[in-house]
Design a protein around this ligand. Structure first.
Ligand code: ASP
Length: 729
């Protein structure tokens, strides 16, 4: 009954003048594109990339912290990922005394590697098509809720069978809007230690100015190490744990790539939505993105100014600022790109053709129109909650931690875990205040609350905010002073003391705390007023999408269809290549250290440089890492990537590491919704620049020594001999 997505219907879409390939391929289905990849320069088989019978490249690919990708690059569990992926760990280890954000961090021996509670490294054991198992007993006549219930039961069974008597985890994920289901069996390590990070003036060189922009000169990398128990299996942090010995680690190529060389990127792309109907794209472009951009522009103006005013605040807000600014800038580019590509017009034209195909198609589109009209108010409420509550003033989030504790109070008490959980809450409060600057949070509250009130649908407006007009005559500053002055959550000592005695009896006091009250209205209000209706309509849209994508294939038979990214392991391939994204504009495919010096602005937040790097570049002291005398820094490729591919390895035709994916060009930022082969380029840092920074800049050559370097015909590369400190072994 379930129409399976025709995953084999790939057409080869070679667009004149580019090798760009739209699509992020499921590793178990690579056989379908193997021939195409080989014709472009792949020297491996699909089985060399993903196999469950023997070690394959997939054994070296790691889901890093659940959001980024990393790869194992030594037999001692050494991990490479982006600087921006390790940023919050680097930030959390930083202080005025140890400013690792500013100066970088390098463990010169294993005992100096820094633990990161909560950070995980997940390997993929296997990926299995479980569509028919998930559909067992599901009948077309059943209503949606009944189907979902049965599928949830099936999933439970499948997962418990796969993980029985193992230390594996497993999840079943819907692909292609539920036309296929795959089980992902995983092994997760949670002792992952920080090994090295360049200073931000290298790892984040160019800052927000250059983010999402080519040409680029950012050494966006950091290094971690997976530790395991004595049996080489996942174990909680313990000083005695040993570096994990992987099934496979990537070889590192010193050969670089030339334009036209095959490249592939293997990692965990987050979300793409290339099959959205015009109604959804219209909402994103004209409602959601403008509001989100406005909210973030406002908070960034406050945070950026505060960070410039003091080193302490710079360290406290670095990771938060990056989280806010990254998507903010992307959405601006995304909207520009969608307008330039005439995305809405194209979608609408396609929909005319689609509707003409059959009466059912026409009816389905009309349903989408109705669903999107009905869901808009709720989607917007949800998007606004994300911006205000999760990315806004932090006082609300802190109040929420107390509510969660109270919500579980009786369960904790029953399980004899009350005091342990209280300690965790207190630690959480202390961590909150370590990275908190009260005047900055107040400014954020003042400005964002004003916008929130402007944007919120009147039927969802928190009652306590009526006081702004009724009691404070619209004076947001006065309201803010009252709000923070009266709340226990604005002061560390008070908040900790309160956590120490927190019990259901405290509720009376909490209900008089303005931050607690507002948090409850905003967050609780979301679950009471927005979420139920949003969820109801969304599941209708999802069911519609499941049909829609299959019918799209029937209508547009000459197009390539693939399953949108969903944070699962995918391979994307293309070539190292530049682009000519706009009239009169030609982008070369690589940059060099010359560009670093050209961009250098002493004292500038984004373009300052460490003196040692300037010296090495000026002396052309590049060691064995130069390319015909030039030190290449970054390069672009026509691999289809998205967020989550950050930190993914860029591999050559032999499957060797040639670069580290970290971004896309400005002209590509719309590719999550509409991919354009002639202009979409991913940005990678050349692996030789990474090695140069580790070895020549940081003097951490012992890390390079751990790797398997290859040059030419897979000979062990001739690097300068680097002494390995005794303790590093
Ligand atoms: N730099 C990007 C990110 O942070 C990676 C990408 O989306 O291409 O998500």
């Amino acid at each position: 009954m379930i129409k399976r997505f025709l995953l084999v219907a790939w057409a080869t879409c070679l667009v004149a003048g580019t090798w760009a390939k739209e699509g992020m391929w499921i590793p178990t289905l690579l056989k379908v594109v193997e021939g195409d990849m080989q014709s472009m320069g792949l020297e491996l088989s699909a089985e060399d990339i993903y196999s469950i019978n023997h070690s394959s490249l997939k054994d070296a690919i790691v889901h890093f912290g659940g959001g980024c990708t990393a790869e194992i690059i030594s037999s001692q569990g050494l991990l490479l990922t982006n600087h921006h992926c390790g940023f919050s760990q680097i930030q959390s280890h930083s202080s005025l005394e140890h400013d690792y954000l500013k100066n970088g961090f390098w463990a010169m021996k294993r005992s100096e590697e820094l633990p990161n509670p909560g950070l995980t490294a997940t390997l993929i054991v296997r990926i299995e098509d479980v569509t028919s198992l998930m559909m067992k007993g599901v009948k077309a006549e059943m209503d949606l809720a009944e189907q979902q219930k049965l599928m949830a039961e099936n999933e439970k069974l499948i997962v418990s069978k796969a993980t029985e008597n193992t230390n594996y985890g497993a999840t079943v994920r819907a692909f292609n809007y539920g036309n296929a289901y795959y089980m992902i069996v995983t092994k997760t390590f949670n002792d992952v230690r920080l090994v090295g990070a360049p200073p931000s003036s290298i790892g984040k060189f160019g800052g927000d100015t250059d983010n999402w922009v080519w040409p680029r000169h950012t050494g966006d990398f950091s290094m971690f190490r997976i530790y395991a128990g004595a049996d080489n299996e996942p174990a909680d942090y313990n000083e005695e744990n040993k570096p994990y010995q992987p099934e496979r680690h990537l070889e590192v190529s010193l050969d670089g790539v030339e334009e036209g060389d095959f490249t592939m990127v293997f990692g965990f792309p987050g979300v793409t939505e290339v099959y959205l109907t015009s109604h959804a794209v219209d909402y994103v472009m004209n409602k959601s993105n403008p509001m989100r951009i406005h909210m973030r522009e406002t908070s960034l103006s406050i945070i950026d100014a505060a960070m410039k005013s003091s080193d302490q605040i710079r360290i406290q807000y670095a990771a938060k600022q990056s989280r806010i600014s990254n998507a903010y800038k992307k959405w601006i580019g995304q909207n520009d790109g969608l307008i330039e590509l005439k995305a809405l017009e194209k979608k609408r034209e396609d929909e005319v053709v689609f509707a003409q195909h059959s009466a059912e198609n026409k009816a389905l589109l009309q349903q989408f129109e109705g669903w999107y009209r009905d869901i808009e108010k709720f989607s917007f409420g949800r998007d606004l909650l994300i911006e205000y509550f999760y990315y806004g003033p932090e006082i609300l989030d802190l109040a929420n931690a107390y509510q969660s504790f109270l919500g579980q109070y009786e369960t904790y008490q029953k399980d004899g875990k009350l005091e342990e959980k209280r300690e965790a809450l207190i630690a959480n409060v202390e961590a909150h205040f370590k990275d908190y600057h009260l005047p900055t949070d107040k400014r954020l509250f003042e400005s964002l609350t004003e916008l929130y009130v402007q944007y919120i649908d009147p039927s969802f407006k928190p009652a306590s905010l009526n006081a702004i007009d009724s009691k404070f005559k619209g004076d947001m500053k006065a309201f803010t002073e009252y709000f923070y002055g009266k709340s226990v959550f604005s002061d560390k000592e008070k908040a900790v003391a309160f956590a120490k005695s927190l019990s259901p009896k405290s509720l009376k006091k909490l209900q008089k705390d303005p931050a607690y009250v507002l948090m409850d209205e905003v967050y609780g209000g979301y679950f009471a007023l927005i979420r139920p209706e949003y969820g109801r309509i969304k599941s209708q849209i999802d069911a519609g999408m499941k049909d829609y994508v299959v019918r799209l294939e029937e209508v547009f038979t000459d197009r390539t269809f693939w399953s949108d990214a969903n944070s699962t392991l995918r391979l994307t391939y293309g070539k190292a290549e530049g682009s000519a994204p706009r009239d009169g504009m030609v982008y070369k495919f690589y940059t060099t250290t010359d560009g670093i010096l050209q961009k250098y602005k002493p004292g500038h937040a984004d373009f300052d440089l460490p003196p040692r790097l300037i010296e090495l570049i000026e002396k052309e002291d590049f060691g064995p890492y130069a390319h015909n005398g030039e030190m290449r820094v970054c390069f672009t490729g026509s691999n289809h990537t998205t967020g989550g591919n950050s930190g993914s390895p860029a591999l050559n035709g032999k499957g060797q590491l040639v670069g580290l994916n970290f971004d896309r060009s400005w002209e590509s930022t719309m590719s999550d919704i509409m991919f354009a082969p002639e202009r979409c380029r991913n940005i990678m840092v050349d692996i030789r620049y990474v090695l140069f920074i580790i070895d020549k800049y940081a003097g951490a050559g012992h890390l390079v020594q751990e790797m398997t370097l290859v040059k030419g015909e897979k000979e062990k590369a001739e690097t300068e001999p680097v002494p390995v400190p005794a303790e590093a072994e």
